[in-house]
Design a protein. Structure first.
Length: 95
């Protein structure tokens, strides 16, 4: 049960650090990385919420696990797109 609180605390810290980075990050690259950190915290929170104690005899919530998997794919794709846009912005700025 203690590990459940550790995971909740870690997820909250990741979401908080990510939100702070988006709010205070002066460069676009830092904001993209902060969004990824915030996304990792949300994914950790969703996996933690899917946990079911062994005493209940229920399996973990597979819908949340499927959503996390889908979210990871979308996050990687969105990060690649954002970095490509950032590269284009930097190329146009130097020309």
């Amino acid at each position: 049960m203690l590990s459940l609180y550790v995971y909740f605390t870690l997820a909250t810290l990741l979401i908080g650090f990510g939100a702070y980075g988006v709010w205070r990050g002066p460069e676009l690259l830092r904001r993209i990385l902060a969004l990824n950190i915030m996304g990792a915290g949300i994914f950790l929170l969703m996996v933690t919420l899917a946990y079911r104690p062994v005493l209940q005899g229920e399996p973990a919530d597979s819908v949340l696990h499927a959503l996390v998997l889908t979210g990871l794919v979308v996050a990687v794709s969105a990060t690649a797109f954002a970095l490509a846009l950032l590269g284009r912005i930097l190329q146009k700025g130097k020309a």
